[in-house]
Ligand binder design. Structure first.
Ligand SMILES: Nc1ncnc2c1ncn2[C@@H]1O[C@H](COP(=O)(O)OP(=O)(O)OP(=O)(O)O)[C@@H](O)[C@H]1O
Length: 251
């Protein structure tokens, strides 16, 4: 972990319940600027819920989320500021099907960031080029493969100039042959220095891309550390068991 770098996001004792069902129990971690944090663990462990809490798509029941030291859950915090700095890429892409690829990458820039149409188009085209989708600018999302749609969703997210980009299982909805192109796009993005938090079931990818790996099970972070610590020397029985299930097939 880059402990000498500037802390950008700090989660302290986060809890989330749905009625009597406590999904997140006591989640704490730090993310430094430029860090690539992956969140792994068994299904139903609370990974997506945690990401959705960070993105304020869910209200945490207890705890703090500090962005550059300020608690975004405090009543006076300017949430529009936070929302404009933290982007998210979803499993199901969430593109507007009635708009073309270019328009999808421009909407938020104009409405949220107040960029002019000309500026938004320039930035959208640059980012579509970065993800290899510039030739499809005029296409509608429904005309594209899942992998192509996800690359457009990534272009849209980075067009908003986020400081942190969250990925919620970005390849889980894809046919296997399309997973690689999306992971490659994310690896390229990681090299630009963007801070990324990624929930994934792609263990080889998590090992290769991260500098901070969090293992979550039953709403608790049972272990976190460098990829070498988590993948090569896991200390906890739950982590060891989870990784054993993947080892022969996916590594
Ligand atoms: N809106 C909701 N209402 C009630 N329960 C929910 C809701 N969202 C999630 N849960 C429950 O919270 C628990 C954690 O779900 P979550 O999707 O966060 O796990 P996950 O680790 O991301 O799983 P997966 O890897 O399968 O996506 C599950 O038991 C799920 O049923």
């Amino acid at each position: 972990m880059n402990n000498n770098e500037e802390n950008i996001l700090k989660v302290e004792h986060l809890q989330k319940s749905y009625g009597n069902h406590q999904v997140l129990r006591d989640i704490s971690f730090d993310i430094n600027k430029g860090e690539i944090m992956t969140i792994i663990g068994p299904s139903g462990g609370g990974k997506s819920t945690m990401l959705r809490c960070i993105n304020l798509l869910e209200d945490p029941t207890e705890g703090k989320i500090l962005f550059y030291g300020d608690n975004i859950l405090a009543p006076k915090y300017d949430l529009n500021h936070y929302r404009s700095k933290v982007g998210m890429v979803f499993q199901q892409f969430n593109l507007f099907n009635n708009k073309n690829v270019l328009q999808n990458c421009m909407i938020g820039q104009e409405s949220v960031l107040g960029r002019s149409k000309t500026e938004a188009e320039k930035i959208a085209r640059e980012n579509l080029q970065k993800v290899g989708m510039e030739a499809y600018a005029e296409a509608k999302p429904a005309q594209l493969s899942g992998g192509q749609q996800q690359r457009v969703a990534i272009a849209r997210a980075i067009s908003m100039n986020p400081e942190v980009l969250l990925f919620d299982e970005p390849t889980s909805a894809l046919d296997p042959e399309m997973v690689g192109e999306v992971l490659k796009t994310m690896s390229n993005l990681a090299k630009t220095g963007l801070t990324m938090v990624i929930v994934t079931h792609e263990m080889g990818f998590a090992r290769d891309i991260s500098n901070h790996v969090v293992f979550m099970s039953d709403g608790v972070i049972t272990e976190q550390g460098t990829p070498d610590q988590i993948f090569n020397h896991p200390q906890e029985e739950k982590t060891q068991k989870f990784l054993r299930n993947f080892r022969n097939e996916q590594f």
